[in-house]
Design a protein around this ligand. Sequence first.
Ligand SMILES: [Zn+2]
Length: 410
Amino acid sequence: MKNGDNYCRVCNAELKLAVPFGKMPIANGYLTKDDFDKEYFFELQLGFCPNCYMVQLMTQPDREKMFHENYAFFSSTSARMAAHFKEFADLVIKGYLQSANSFVVEIGSNDGIMLQHFANSGIRHLGIEPSANVAQVAIDKGIRTITRFFDEQLAGEIVEEYGQANAFLGANVMCHIPYLHSVVAGVNILLKPEGVLIFEDPYLGDILEKTSYDQIYDEHAFYFSVTSTSYLFEQHGLEVVDVQPQNVHGGSMRYVIAHQGARPVSIAVVAQRAKEDALGLRNAETFEGLRKNIEHSRDALLNLLRNLKQNGKRVVGYAATSKSTTVTNYCGITSDLVEFISDTTPIKQGKYSPGAHIPIRPYAEFQARYPDYALLFGWNHAEEIIAKEQQFKAAGGKWIVYVPKVQVVG
Ligand SMILES: [Zn+2]
């Protein structure tokens, strides 16, 4: 293990190992047969900090291995997510950008799915997106974007060139960044005195309640709660002033952060912290329970897939999500149990899934010959997907979901 892997990245206390997942590949590392013997693996271990209560990965893989120029994830692929980001943008415009010459910055702005709403409204904006090919899509749409990692230094450069920001936004980005202190210090520099950081990420409370362990993979360095997030921002003179649970990505939390004392703290913050205490987010035993629940979920899914195989049923994976990498590798699901994974993303088609090496095939192959069962890796979009796949159902197809519990649906 690398030096420092056992210490909290927020407060430096010694971490407790909560859930060991074993060797894992990079969740988005779709590969060709030629690359099998060069595949990069690391030890995926969920750690719990008994001091500041931040839940985090113990070993962090090199970030250059994750966010490179061929990064395969584009935000603008789901109608539901597109609607979600429009709603997010509208809320920010109405709530925080009413002054003249407002300036909004987004970290991890991807292909501009959210910033386009600010650009279209003529609001001064800047996207920060380290993946060059994804950033280029945004630039081509006329969205001002720079290809950098955000940190304290970049915050200073932005303020020098554009002035301070009224709003700094992040969607499914903050939890990806191992060097959080430099980011939070940058937030402090970037925000106007009345400015806000509004970000959302998968919520630890949902992971615990739903045993949605597939949220845990290399890109997610942290699993935030209001409790741990409050601790982090308070170290930098900032505070959580509002929280709003979001029903996306299988359960997320939106946090509004402001300079300490600049804005009133909403009752929702107090209520959510009380809820977290009741859920046991400050107790190591809670995570022992999570570990047992994850083991049970794995055993139930494997038993189901093995039974179907013995009964001659065809099972195909539906959507080659980042999440599916944790499930296939942790459970040991390979192409003898799941024939292929159907996915609409051209960049993944014809490749193999990370670690488990299940072939990724175009969606047309799923449609051309429906399997008996589809293993729904995109369970967080279950409603949208099941509603769309009426023909699969009409052909007698059934869905396998594994969150919040392993079951056959339809
Ligand atoms: Zn800590």
